[in-house]
Design a protein around this ligand. Structure first.
Ligand code: ARG
Length: 563
């Protein structure tokens, strides 16, 4: 940030013993904007300088070079900087207009790999709202990661292995038909799975039969493998429809089955390190040394079959070996918290110091009009339906607001899908929330369409002006534009904070506040008035569209030109 740089420079001239990075880290926003634009608190210097914070603040103000600022004042233990409006707006707008979408890029990651385990639905089941959350949070984090100079690797750890596929094969072979599955694959497979559970409640021998089929599958039985391959392909086809609609891609679809031949290695390592113990016929790793409240990690069942945990351990090791990640993120619902605590505990018992780089990026539960969903009972809301309904609602509003718009269907898709994605990202990820489509697709209020609409409105002003914007003479100095300038200026810090906290919501909330600031300005000013600040105002509008579009891109939301 151009002006923070001058604040840091002037502060370090008067505080030569404090490292520059430390000064930079201390800068904050004053509690209210009439106190100043940037505040430097002096509390933590009291010990070092053996002076009261108030005294330190007023000394700094007396000695500091004020020429770059409107004024610098001491308010209690704070040094408050009032930026020079003209200089700041000139510098901010010029930087944004020349850098474009690259504004806010940094190289903190220095190209290091970050693996992101995301989406990861279970095959033969419809993708749930939880998987949608994982998909969109993971995708936004990947974009944010890249903007901070890392190299993201998006991995879809498909749930394509486990006893449930033995059960499904049994069900299909016993009461299913090829024609039924072909007609409507996932719905039919889900129905078989639900029926299996109902029948197994009455007759427990079904569970044994299901387990036996999974054992066959693990051992490479041809018939089992063929059915599994077919179920998997059909499922992927349906998942891909959703991914295509959201324009989300993956670098790898290596799911649980991929680790079938990679688990022995991990189990052997555990045995070598004497971490594997037998408990009632099963193989477990005791974790009580790490944390007395942790239940043991189950590595092999009594019948020798592997588990979700076994595959995740193999995957963690494989990812380290393949990608040498700096961070390994798992975007998975909060209900799996214990699983990831156990996984990290096992990895550190195995002596992998990179276990500390493994992070569970947990998120809260979505309820639908107050109701939780369960695939086992078959009461699911299909994502396809959610996206279709969002599309229709968006279209209805576009028809009312802008009946002459060309290609309404495309815009409705961008707005409908964008609304669902934005809503998912705007809450702190660990919050639970209820999903109500009417709320989500509104054009006013804290919604994606509101941000998209603001951006489209700014673009239409530029079209109307129909003139090239020059990057000179950008010195706006009125209070009406100042709020927008300072908000634009925060963007690079927002980008860093979103990554540091692994919170896409920081970007979404920022986009909302920039939109609010711009709409307030738009409502109260004559932007296109042909006076000598016209170019500067158009530059401001252009900078707003650049940053709003870039914020939306980071979130994985489209920015229509018109709507
Ligand atoms: N398939 C799992 C589920 O739907 C999520 C997998 C998450 N990733 C992982 N590496 N465990 O619950």
């Amino acid at each position: 940030m151009t002006d923070n740089k001058s604040i840091i420079t002037s502060l370090s001239q008067v505080l030569p013993d404090i490292p520059v990075a430390e000064i930079a880290a201390k800068l904050e926003s004053p509690k209210s904007s009439d106190l100043g634009d940037v505040a430097f608190p002096t509390f933590t210097l009291a010990k070092l300088l053996r002076q009261a914070p108030q005294q330190i603040a007023s000394d700094i103000v007396n000695r500091i070079d004020q020429s770059d600022f409107e004024k610098v004042v001491a308010t209690g233990p704070y040094v408050n900087f009032f930026l020079d409006k003209k200089m700041t707006s000139q510098a901010t707008l010029k930087t944004i207009l020349t850098q474009g979408a690259a504004f806010g890029d940094n190289n903190d990651g220095d190209g290091a790999n970050v693996t992101i385990d995301m989406s990861s639905p279970n095959i033969a089941k419809p993708m749930s709202m939880g998987h949608l959350r994982s998909t969109v949070i993971g995708n936004a984090l990947a974009n944010i990661t890249a903007k901070n100079g890392y190299h993201p690797i998006k991995i879809n750890h498909l749930g394509d292995w486990g006893t449930q596929f033995g059960k499904l094969i049994y069900a299909y072979k016993t009461w299913g038909t090829e024609a039924e599955v072909k007609a409507d694959p996932i719905a039919t497979l889900l129905r078989y799975y639900v029926e299996f559970h109902e029948k197994a409640k009455i007759d427990d021998s079904l569970n044994d039969a299901g387990r036996a089929w999974f054992k066959k599958l693990e051992d490479g039985d041809e018939e089992a493998h063929q059915l599994w391959t077919w179920f998997r392909a059909e499922s992927l086809k349906e998942f891909t429809e959703i991914y295509d609609r959201l324009e989300i891609s993956f670098d790898s679809f290596n799911g649980e089955a991929f680790y079938n031949d990679k688990m022995d290695k991990v189990v052997d390592m555990l045995a070598e390190k004497s971490l594997l113990v037998e408990s009632q016929g099963a193989q477990i790793v005791d974790l009580s040394d790490i944390n007395p409240n942790l239940t043991p990690a189950m590595i092999k069942r009594t019948d020798g079959a592997t588990l979700y945990m076994t595959r995740d351990l193999a995957a963690a090791v494989y990812r380290k070996e393949t990608y040498n990640f700096a961070k390994s993120l798992y975007v998975v619902g909060g209900e799996q918290r214990e699983h990831f605590v156990q996984m990290k505990a096992v990895l550190s018992l195995m002596g992998f110091d990179w276990a500390d780089d493994v992070e569970h990026i947990a998120f809260g539960l979505i309820t639908f009009n107050g109701k939780k969903m369960s695939t086992r009972k078959g009461d699911v809301v299909l994502l396809k339906d959610v996206l279709n309904d969002a599309h229709d609602l968006a279209l209805k509003q576009i028809q009312e607001k802008n009946p002459d718009l060309a290609d309404k269907a495309t815009v409705a898709e961008q707005v409908g899908a964008g609304a669902v994605v934005f809503h998912d990202l705007m809450n702190d990820r660990t919050n639970n929330f209820d999903f109500n489509l009417e709320e989500v697709v509104r054009f006013e209020g804290d919604t994606g369409p509101y941000v998209q609409y603001t951006n489209a409105r700014a673009k239409s002003i530029l079209r109307k002006a129909n003139t090239a914007v020059s990057v000179d003479e950008l010195n706006l100095d009125d209070t009406a534009t100042w709020d927008i300038i300072t908000t634009l200026n925060q963007f690079p810090t927002i980008v860093q904070r979103a990554w540091q906290q692994r919170e896409a919501s920081i970007i979404a909330k920022y986009a909302l506040s920039l939109s609010r600031a711009f709409n307030k300005y738009y409502a109260n000013s004559k932007i296109l008035l042909p006076d000598d600040q016209l170019n500067a105002r158009l530059a401001l509008v252009k900078a707003v569209t650049i940053i709003l579009s870039e914020s939306l891109r980071l979130l994985g939301v489209k920015a229509p030109e018109e709507m």
